[in-house]
Design a protein around this ligand. Structure first.
Ligand SMILES: NC(=O)c1ccc[n+]([C@@H]2O[C@H](COP(=O)([O-])OP(=O)(O)OC[C@H]3O[C@@H](n4cnc5c(N)ncnc54)[C@H](O)[C@@H]3O)[C@@H](O)[C@H]2O)c1
Ligand SMILES: [Zn+2]
Length: 369
């Protein structure tokens, strides 16, 4: 459905050489990756790239690398290596690498082609698709960036074999989200498949492939209708207004998917309070997140995440319009409220405060380390 190929299967990276020659042949290839992924998977990528001018640029793993400083450093390294307009970038890694390398590609020489080679579940089912690139700044997440679609996405499911379970679980948050915002059948399928998928010994490749391709189908259909997020693409922000606030306030000790899990629970409560969704919704979503082993409340060891700070942080989110924070809220599993107003629903602070009670800190053994 999107104007670029998205291939998700075990062994997808074997198509890289052919894909690059066909869609983005270049004088020089630059693989941007993080240190962890470089050690595990970079060689599979570099050996397929034509010519002998390929460079590999790495960043330290983790959200704290998604910065303007790293964007500047990578851009300077490209220039120092003599890279020009005829450069193709390969973003090999999770969402951090994808967003950052995509932003480098969007701005280098006013834009060069890039391929997304996602290696986390989250990146495969969500961040590598749709062309949103950017970096975090002190004022908030993803506040500086560009729309720059990749020329192709190759998601090699075999790379998930080395992904830590915590990151695998975090990726499941976006799969649950896709079900809630767009497809009740998919939501139920994910629910059934989840326990086995997150228990590493219950790993089933076909089951993972169905989940990844199901999410990709939902995300690409939404993005195709609304690339620049003027309307329906906003439904993908469910859980992300509160979620981004919680993520920033945790100083990124919560993974994106973990923060979004907490955010979805809070936003279900908001939808309930506003009379948009039945009270059963929050229970259904919470059960799915529990099955994935994701947090549904703020962990006790993150005392900095207070109701008032969350409220404050939501105001600098991109989703604020004319000073009013807009939420994307479900009306049930598989359906979103607020279509008539472009899926952006303003919510009074008082309602947000009440909903925050639902996710307020608990003493629990599963608090993040
Ligand atoms: N652009 C979008 O539309 C969009 C959508 C959703 C999320 N995001 C962004 O994505 C980011 C989160 O992405 P993420 O969860 O992939 O985080 P990440 O990129 O930090 O990856 C998580 C960790 O897994 C490691 N890793 C990656 N692949 C591995 C593999 N195959 N084996 C072993 N280790 C591996 C990484 O080194 C890292 O430590 C956030 O910055 C979020 O804002 C963007
Ligand atoms: Zn997300």
């Amino acid at each position: 459905v999107l104007p670029y190929p998205i291939v998700a299967r075990a062994g997808a990276l074997d198509e890289l050489g052919e894909m690059v020659r066909r869609l983005a042949p270049a004088h020089r290839y630059a693989v941007i990756t993080d240190e962890t992924v470089a050690a595990l998977h970079a060689e599979r990528v570099t050996r397929q790239l034509p010519g002998d001018r390929t460079i590999v640029l790495t960043i330290p793993a983790g959200e704290s690398s998604k910065t303007r400083d790293q964007w500047a450093r990578l851009s300077d390294l490209l220039l120092a290596a003599g890279a020009g307009r005829d450069t193709t970038i390969l973003a090999l890694g999770g969402g951090v690498v994808g967003d950052l390398a995509g932003f480098v590609a969007a701005t280098f020489m006013r834009g060069v082609p890039y391929l997304q080679l996602p290696t986390t579940l989250l990146a495969m089912i969500d961040s590598s698709i749709g062309g949103k690139t950017g970096v975090d700044v002190p004022a908030g997440k993803n506040l500086v960036g560009a729309f720059h679609p990749p020329v192709a996405v190759l998601a090699d499911l075999s790379t998930l074999g080395t992904l830590p379970s915590k990151d695998l679980r975090a990726g499941m948050a976006e799969a649950v989200k896709h079900g809630v915002v767009a497809d009740a059948n998919y939501f139920h399928e994910v629910n059934i498949a989840l326990p086995a998928l997150v228990a590493r010994d219950g790993w089933r490749l076909e089951s993972m492939a169905r989940l990844v391709n199901g999410s990709i189908a939902i995300k690409s259909a939404v993005v195709r209708q609304d690339e620049r997020e003027g309307g329906v693409r906003k439904i993908l922000n469910f859980g992300h207004t509160i979620g981004h606030a919680v993520e920033s306030l945790s100083d990124y000790r919560l993974l994106h998917g973990e923060a979004i899990a907490i955010g979805m629970v809070a936003e279900c409560a908001i939808a309930e309070q506003l009379g948009l969704a039945p009270s059963s919704l929050r229970g259904e979503v919470t059960r799915a997140l529990d099955a994935a082993g994701l947090p549904t409340r703020v962990p006790a060891n993150l005392p900095g995440i207070t109701v008032e700070r969350v409220l404050e942080a939501t105001r600098t989110d991109k989703k604020a319009r004319a000073g009013v924070v807009e939420y994307s809220l479900p009306s049930g599993v598989g359906a979103m409220a607020g279509r008539e107003r472009g899926y952006g629903i303003p919510v009074p602070d008082e309602i947000v405060r009440q909903a925050m009670g639902v996710i307020s800190r608990v003493q629990s053994p599963d608090s993040v380390a």
